[in-house]
Design a binder for this molecule. Structure first.
Ligand code: KG4
Ligand code: ZN
Length: 351
């Protein structure tokens, strides 16, 4: 080990148990992610009670594994960074409790990290230098938001979804098409053989100057396209492979267009030249390509989070935790998880 500051990150906000060792906020020595997808797949979504129990079983072995892969021991750690929210409160509680127990046992500071701020800043991981100020698009299973990241510790909300998150729309459309759970990666794959212009699904609020999104109408449009309006039940088995591919590609295009257009508009409105993207849906290949094209055309520099850090992971938590530690933002043993979907945000005033 060098003399750098070594932080253990812990992430347990949803259905991934993750621990990571990051040195000086940039150098990822390990990032162990244990997904619970197999446990939740048959229910078509995350079951909070099952997620919390799985975190209990996994958190200690995952932490040990992260330390072993990084070739460090508890004695080498300088701090522990943990996700405090937003997320499933029962899941968050396991990570927060593990962090507090370790902090007490090893006399280490604990740093509380906001899950969405970690996604918003994850593009800085592995980048030669932080891209701030930048507009950051966060697209995940629970959230879809655009931020102005002034700096790691000053993050301002510009717009967000009024209903479904982008990842949630992927998951629900995959359920409608009977493609399995989680829906994002499979739709990404199936859509590659489809025509994105085959069906014109609605793009909500494209002509509005505000930076909010809405995806529930798109999901309903896909449902009606597959079953016809008024039919609540049925199966998608009557669809051929090429019809499925066209629906997947057309849905994806309708979801991506507002994401890209609003992100570019946010950069124009705030007069920044850099765009960052994070969250599970940021690993979508069509979204990455569309953002690259749009940023090139608009003269903006795009900073895509490496795909391994798009989904929930503790490396992004440890990296942002380092910045909080530098600013002496440490918590004490009264730290509690912050559940729920939405965090209290400061919103830029609309003109
Ligand atoms: O950030 P994340 O791991 O967890 C939350 O904080 O929610 O995001 C999970 C979401 C899921 O909805 C999943 O379907 C979606 O990310 N996802 C994708 C892709 N990979 C994961 N969506 C579209 N394309 C992908 N390749
Ligand atoms: Zn997430």
């Amino acid at each position: 080990m060098g003399n750098g500051c070594t932080i253990l990150g812990i992430e347990s906000s949803c259905d991934e148990t993750s621990a990571a060792v990051v040195v000086d906020g940039r150098d990822v020595r390990s990032n162990v992610v244990s997904s619970q997808v197999a446990l939740h797949a048959k229910y078509g979504g995350v079951v909070p009670e099952i997620a919390a129990r799985a975190h209990i079983e996994r958190v200690c072995p995952i932490i040990e594994e992260a330390l072993a892969q990084a070739r460090v021991t508890y004695a080498d750690l300088d701090a522990i960074a943990v996700t405090v929210g937003p997320g499933l409160v029962g899941s968050l509680l396991i990570g927060v409790t593990a962090a507090k127990v370790l902090a007490l046992a090893r006399d280490l500071p604990v740093v509380a990290v906001d899950h969405l701020e970690a996604h918003a800043t994850s593009a800085a991981l592995l980048a030669p230098k932080p891209p701030w100020p930048a507009v950051a698009l966060v697209v995940s299973g629970g959230h879809t938001s655009v931020y102005l990241v002034h700096d790691f510790l000053e993050i301002e909300l510009l717009g967000q979804t009024a209903d479904d998150a982008a990842g949630e729309a992927f998951d629900k459309v995959a359920a409608i098409l009977e493609l399995g759970y989680p829906g994002g990666p499979v739709i990404d794959r199936v859509a590659r053989d489809g025509n994105p212009e085959a069906i014109r699904f609605p793009r909500t609020w494209l002509d509005q100057p505000h930076l909010d999104f809405s995806f529930s109408g798109l999901k309903t449009a896909v449902l009606y396209h597959v079953y016809g309006s008024g039919h609540k039940y049925g199966t998608a088995r009557h669809l051929s492979r090429s019809e499925l591919a066209d629906i997947a590609a057309s849905f994806q295009a309708a979801l991506i267009e507002p994401l890209v257009r609003k992100t570019i508009a946010a950069a124009r409105q705030t007069r920044v030249g850099d765009v960052a993207v994070g969250g599970g849906v940021a690993s979508n290949s069509a979204l990455r390509a569309a953002l690259q094209t749009a940023c090139d055309e608009a003269g903006l520099t795009l900073h895509l989070t490496p795909t391994e850090y798009c989904g929930d992971n503790a490396a992004m938590v440890a990296a942002l935790g380092q910045r909080h530690l530098n600013a002496a933002h440490t918590a004490d043993l009264r730290l509690e998880p912050r559940g729920g979907l939405i965090r209290p945000e400061r919103r830029r005033k609309r003109k």
